[in-house]
Design a protein around this ligand. Sequence first.
Ligand code: SF4
Length: 109
Amino acid sequence: MASVAHRQPRNAPRKYYVDNQCMFCHGCRHAFPECFGGEEKDVSYVIRQPNTPDEIARMQEVIDGCPVEAIGDDGDQHDWQTAPPTRYDVDSPPQPTHPEPKRPWWNFW
Ligand code: SF4
């Protein structure tokens, strides 16, 4: 089972990821090249999160087909809430904003 503690750093932010158990069998890249990438002799990783119901269904098929269970889904935890949107996340929900703390007028640096 994939572990978010061993998540590859190159995964696109948000819920689906590949962890370091990947044995680069290329299965996910061939089955779903729109969302998985990686170098020829390297681990795979999620290059774009699925956005549509069809893509999410395909992602689940790829997760089920991974021979070492290296693809995970951490739900709405971790970087899902805090990562900035990527250029691929055009359909993502709005990210939470954190207003600047109020400072006295004389402390402007
Ligand atoms: S299917 Fe699993 S083991 Fe194969 S390349 Fe993808 S993540 Fe790695």
